[in-house]
Design a protein around this ligand. Sequence first.
Ligand SMILES: Cc1ncc(C[n+]2csc(CCO)c2C)c(N)n1
Length: 223
Amino acid sequence: MSTPCFTDAAWQRNLPLFNATLALPFNRELAAGTLSRERFQHYMIQDAHYLVAFGRSLAVAAAKADDADGVVQFAKAAEEAVVVERALHDGFMREYAVSAAQFEATPLSPVCHHYVHYLQSMGWSRSYPVALAALLPCFWIYAEVGRAILAEARPNNPYQSWVDTYAGDEFHALVARVRATIDQLAAQADARTLEAMHQAYTDAARLEWMFWDSAYRLGQWPC
Ligand SMILES: Cc1ncc(C[n+]2csc(CCO)c2C)c(N)n1
């Protein structure tokens, strides 16, 4: 039997964590359409903060890329994370009545703060393959959560357009391209780098879990 590629192996290692992510009250209620507006608003605000930092981390990955294709792939992804996703968030912020003033007055929650600083430090201090492994859960877990929730399809879900965005074929094609780049790098990596890539992936996957959990709890700084 041939050895699985890095991304298949990472998915298998972190399957219980993915299942726990799907089972979170935030995602259960999002799927059922019963999530409170307050929790969704909290999530939207934190996610808008997150996206800018995520774009910045992708730009660092682009700068570290070891070939021209990688520069283009991650520079484009950085642009998309900030420009395209900001437009999307603006639409949802209007729909769910979050004002620009409310957004600007809300600081990053402790979990959002930790996640974005984790990505920044991985981007700046680790090698290109390890930094990319830290960025992969953001793409991939979202796509799979989106697809799983879509499969549960409830009529008149107020969050349907949010779910559709991440369950769409276009988004899944983007995930496939990121996976392909990472698998190519992993195929040439030594054992130590591979293990660091796995650790980076798991840490980010945990932070994805925590991001939704924090939104459900309306996470804030204690003082
Ligand atoms: C906490 C959090 N994690 C992942 C995503 C999904 N996401 C954000 S930017 C981007 C790249 C494509 O534009 C993707 C997939 C999110 N929104 N929020």
